[in-house]
Design a protein around this ligand. Structure first.
Ligand SMILES: CC(C)(COP(=O)(O)OP(=O)(O)OC[C@H]1O[C@@H](n2cnc3c(N)ncnc32)[C@H](O)[C@@H]1OP(=O)(O)O)[C@@H](O)C(=O)NCCC(=O)NCCS
Length: 153
């Protein structure tokens, strides 16, 4: 289902759609290109699983996956944009669309974790969007510091 459509740079058109697990191959390819890993998220067996796919002129360029954390909070588990399509506002638009869908579903809070040393973009984006840091810890698997950011919907 298409949720967003608007022009970005050079007259190209950005669309954001909600897709189902049948589109996992497209997401897997993007995940590989962006994160250089096979694992997307640990499990897709989640309540209110939401998979957003961003395309520019029909070409898949980014994704964002979220799900119910608890009755109040929607959790964005992973997302990214291909390097050659960055800094055009695509991640920001994916965030807006996911937050709005979560709000429509009755969630009151939106949360995600991020590793600012590895990927500074999502921490900066969240802070500029009014998110607050609600937890900071050291992740032994990734051997790096992790921030949790949250915002009321
Ligand atoms: C982080 C990421 C999703 C941002 O995607 P994007 O489409 O380029 O982001 P946007 O264009 O919407 O950026 C919106 C704002 O976020 C901030 N931002 C984005 N990338 C940034 C970076 N590398 N460094 C600092 N700030 C950044 C800026 O404030 C930017 O606004 P501006 O371009 O007007 O300055 C993308 O760089 C990416 O996929 N990175 C690798 C994977 C990743 O980090 N995933 C998130 C893990 S939690």
């Amino acid at each position: 289902m298409e949720l967003y459509r608007a022009p970005v740079q050079n007259g190209a058109v950005l669309t954001i759609e909600e897709v189902g697990l049948e589109q996992l191959d497209v997401i897997r390819e993007l995940n590989r290109a962006i994160f250089d890993e096979e694992r997307i998220i640990n499990t897709f067996d989640r309540d209110d699983l939401m998979i957003l796919l961003a395309r520019v002129n029909g070409v898949p360029v980014g994704f964002k996956i979220g799900y119910r954390e608890n009755s109040r909070t929607f959790y964005s588990a992973k997302g990214g944009v291909l390097p050659e399509y960055r800094r055009q506002g695509i991640a920001r638009q994916l965030l807006y669309v996911m937050m709005e869908r979560a709000r429509q579903k009755g969630y009151r809070r939106f949360a995600y974790d991020t590793f600012p040393n590895r990927h500074p973009g999502m921490a900066v984006l969240g802070l500029t969007e009014g998110f607050r840091v609600t937890r900071a810890d050291y992740n032994t698997f990734y051997r790096d510091y992790r921030l949790r950011l949250e915002k009321d919907l």
